[in-house]
Design a protein around this ligand. Sequence first.
Ligand code: KIV
Ligand code: NA
Length: 264
Amino acid sequence: AKRIRTHGLRERKQRGERFAMLTAYDMYTAEIFDEAGVEVLLVGDSASNNVLGNETSLPVTVDELLPLTRAVARSARRALVVGDLPFGSYQGSPQQAYDTAVRFMKEGGAHAVKLEGGREMAPQIELLSRGGVPVMAHIGFTPQSEHTLGGYRVQGRGEAAERVLADAHAVEDAGAFAVVMEMVPGDVAAQVTRELGIPTIGIGAGPDCDGQVLVWQDAFGLRGGRMARFVKQYADVRTTLLDAARTYADEVRDGSFPSQEHTF
Ligand code: KIV
Ligand code: NA
């Protein structure tokens, strides 16, 4: 299978073909989602609260994300692998962003990086794109800014739609190859998608984006608890694993595993 590149995503948009993105943080999920034909794999900073046990995405570090990125990059044959720059690793200056992004590409094997922010991140996006790092932007609700945005809430309602549009154009003009829109009203996301030449990727942004992304533990039911309204659950991996682990433990306790066939 031929490797998907940033230009391939743009061509899909031009042809009116949608594409899929999922998070992945390890070898087997990367292998499986790649085999399933998912076009883009994101090693999200959501590893913080989906792999590493933190409550939010804020605490995860570059050093923690790099090995996960490497695992995904080694395991995906066709998908474009995007490394997510964690909180504090790029906001300080364009040079800081560049140094971090280079680590994701050289040490992590990422093909591109993602960072959160619109107009205010234009200098970072410009330096990275000029310096050989394809950048995926992320606007609307940006989880790393949870504390300045005042919690998880839809961005771009009413008059705030102008801000989302301005951010979208700013990241395109700065050189981003795609833009994630999170928790943006569907009509605003549709307008952004029409106005931009680069592909838009929605999460809680309605059906009119060029692509969609979900956190796999949400979409396939590994995580328990309440899901955001924008999540659709396609599988119940948690119940599958729970049943398997219970059966295994029961069989060990009652002596039915291992049986003769598992014994040398
Ligand atoms: O970290 C992440 O999983 C993300 C996606 C939800 C876009 O940024
Ligand atoms: Na993220």
